[in-house]
Write a protein that binds this ligand. Structure first.
Ligand code: HEM
Length: 462
């Protein structure tokens, strides 16, 4: 009996996915038609703009998931890393499969990482080798999981509350809150504040852009990245040398722990290795955290019920419930909607299914984690905003061997940055374009103004 019931359920979900795909195609056609017939700029630019909106991206993935879940295209969409063509993988199980099979689908970032470090790879660019295990292990000893509650959360809570208190009634979120807090955190917790906070923000932003987003090797991004990498290396070299000379005196921060490991003769902790590992962590930590905070807030502001419920959780100091709202909001617009890998050899994805796809060696495989998080074969009611989903439904910071090193930090840091803002009464977007995320000429939020009423803060609100 349960077999028959399961069969009907499975058919119903698949039929629903097919109907949703056809509906998505129709809606995309309407969006494309509107963009082509109105607005400024060329038709191509207008179409690109309209289709790069998160809601349009989700529609495109709904169409692909229902009709062509695993797709091989001869075109090389990414030209900044060597490849022979592109495959797009959209179902939850298949995205997980690609990220789990690091023996078949390798990280590609090596050449650009070596430009940044001026020599060796950083561990996100390294395959599953003894060097990888050594470097990750050393940095796990320096950046410990217990620090999340004892250092990261209290530090971020204090600084975020101060930033929001400094700007009564109106705040430009990236400029005044979401970039500042992680930059201040890495200054204090890593022991690497940079010559100035702004330098650290600028360097890590351009270097993240160069490594992960500059898919077509823009020469301007390249030139700015080369300059920023040189300055970051010089700053870290000088900081390491100063710390070893006793200035400031030994401190229990990430750099201090790396130097203590060096003094104890731990492998993989010479000055150069410490510098390269810190470069990777700094690039991963600052612009990503800010973008995540802005995009989560933006999604909440689009959903009055979810916003009200997130505000209740923030005011009740229910950090777990607040985090559930923030991560569910990020599901609708994650920082990385795609994670890419290159096939080391010919390989078949989703073997022995109707959607099985064999990709030739050298294919760049785009594992669409945004799409995966809307797959009705995995998630219940994926289009609904729900805060009771199992964590296993989310792929917000990678999966498999290279799952984000900062994953536990993210769980605490992003909601903590937003908490004092969400505690404010009548939180709303500023009027007009100011109240929308403005990336300027970058792929990161540069301005995003929200307003709130001056009113009682957390302690005063039940
Ligand atoms: C919202 C914030 C963040 C997002 C969205 C994010 C996203 C990601 C993603 C998608 C990956 C996997 C990349 C791949 O597999 O190709 C990754 C890896 C990584 N992230 Fe994050 N990250 C964030 C914050 C951080 C923080 C705070 C740190 C450091 C403190 C960090 C350090 C790293 C490192 C070192 C890796 C490579 C891990 C490895 O190779 O084993 N990230 N991150």
């Amino acid at each position: 009996m349960s077999l028959v019931a399961n069969l009907f359920r499975a058919l119903a979900v698949r039929l629903g996915a097919l109907m949703a795909a056809l509906g998505a195609l129709a809606r995309l056609a309407v969006i494309g038609g509107r963009a082509a017939s109105s607005g400024t700029g060329t038709v191509g630019d207008r179409l690109k703009g309209a289709l790069s909106e998160p809601a349009a991206q989700r529609l495109a993935f709904t169409a692909l998931r229902g009709l062509l879940p695993n797709l091989l295209i001869g075109t090389r969409f990414i030209t900044s890393y060597e490849n022979t063509g592109t495959a797009i993988v959209t179902r939850f199980g298949d995205v997980k499969e690609v990220l789990a099979r690091d023996g078949d689908f390798a990280v590609v970032y090596g050449p650009r990482m070596r430009m940044i470090t001026g020599g060796r790879d950083f561990f996100l660019g390294i395959d599953d080798t003894p060097d990888y295990t050594r470097d990750v292990s050393v940095m796990r000893l320096a950046m410990r999981r217990e620090d999340v509650e004892s250092v990261v959360r209290p530090f971020a809570a204090r600084r975020a509350a101060e930033r929001v208190a400094d700007t009564p009634g109106r705040i430009d979120v990236p400029a005044e809150l979401s970039l500042r807090v992680p930059a201040e955190l890495v200054g204090s917790y890593f022991g690497t504040p940079g010559p100035s906070r702004q330098d650290m923000i600028d360097w890590t932003t351009i270097l993240f852009w160069y490594l992960f987003i500059d898919l077509n090797a823009d020469p301007d991004v390249d030139a700015r990245a080369v300059e920023a990498a040189g300055r970051l290396r010089a700053y870290l070299d000088a900081t390491i040398a100063r710390r070893k000379a006793g200035s400031p005196e030994p401190r229990d921060d990430v750099l201090g722990r790396c130097l203590a490991l060096q003094a104890s003769g731990t492998p993989g902790t010479d000055d150069l290795a410490i510098r390269n590992n810190l470069v990777g962590l700094l690039i991963g930590a600052v612009p990503t955290t800010s973008k995540a905070a802005c995009q989560a807030l933006d999604q909440l502001l689009d959903r009055p019920d979810a916003l009200a419920s997130a505000q209740r959780a923030a005011r009740a100091n229910d950090d777990a419930a607040l985090a559930a709202h923030v991560f569910e909001a990020l599901r609708f617009n994650p920082v990385n909607p795609l994670i890419y890998r290159r096939a080391r050899r010919e390989a078949t994805i989703a073997r022995a299914t109707l959607r099985a796809l064999t990709v030739p060696a050298g294919t760049m495989v785009l594992a669409a984690n945004l799409s995966a998080m809307f797959d009705p074969l995995k998630l219940a009611a994926p289009e609904e905003f729900r805060t009771d989903r199992p964590w296993d439904d989310y792929i917000l910071w990678g999966d498999g061997l290279h799952t984000c090193f900062g994953a536990q930090v993210n769980h605490a840091l992003i909601p903590t940055i937003l908490k004092p803002l969400l505690q404010k009464p009548c939180l709303r977007r500023a009027a007009g374009p100011a109240g929308r995320i403005d990336p300027g000429k970058t792929p990161f939020p540069v301005h995003f103004v929200v307003e709130f009423d001056a009113g009682p803060d957390m302690e005063a609100i039940p």
